[in-house]
Unconditional design. Sequence first.
Length: 171
Amino acid sequence: MQRYDRLISTASGKAPTGVHSLSAGSARSRNDARRAVRLAAALLFLYLGLFLPMSVSAQGQVVHQGTWTTKGFDVDGTWKIVRDGGKTWVVLDEAFSTKSAPDLKIFLSPNATEGLDNRNATRGSQLVAVLTSHRGAQRYEVPADVELQRFRSIVLHCEKYTKLWAAADLR
């Protein structure tokens, strides 16, 4: 700033006017910039804290995996059931895509895919999660008390309209 002040003084032959307000403005700008950086950092840490634990990493032991069998609507992408960090997760890959629905849920069913229909899709099933998006990579924690060996398939079902979307046998 001093160099800039000298340049103005030398060029005009007089002391610069408004230099103090320029300096104060620059200080305000620097403070505003620092606040913005702190806010951005805080938001980043908040985002990472909220969503990183739900990241779609499929690291860990893959217990079951497969593709969806259409029962009502097409579902693209693959799924995995993974044990990671002492927890079990249903992981949908980045290619996951289906028609949106108001109440689309993931269940584990004791029935094989072949015998599932709209009426029996959730009978004896265990709710895993309400789908948060009808597209993209996602990861849902399976309730801790669920014994996977009791189930034969994974199911996407719209409970509100009793509509079976898709299913896949656990393998």
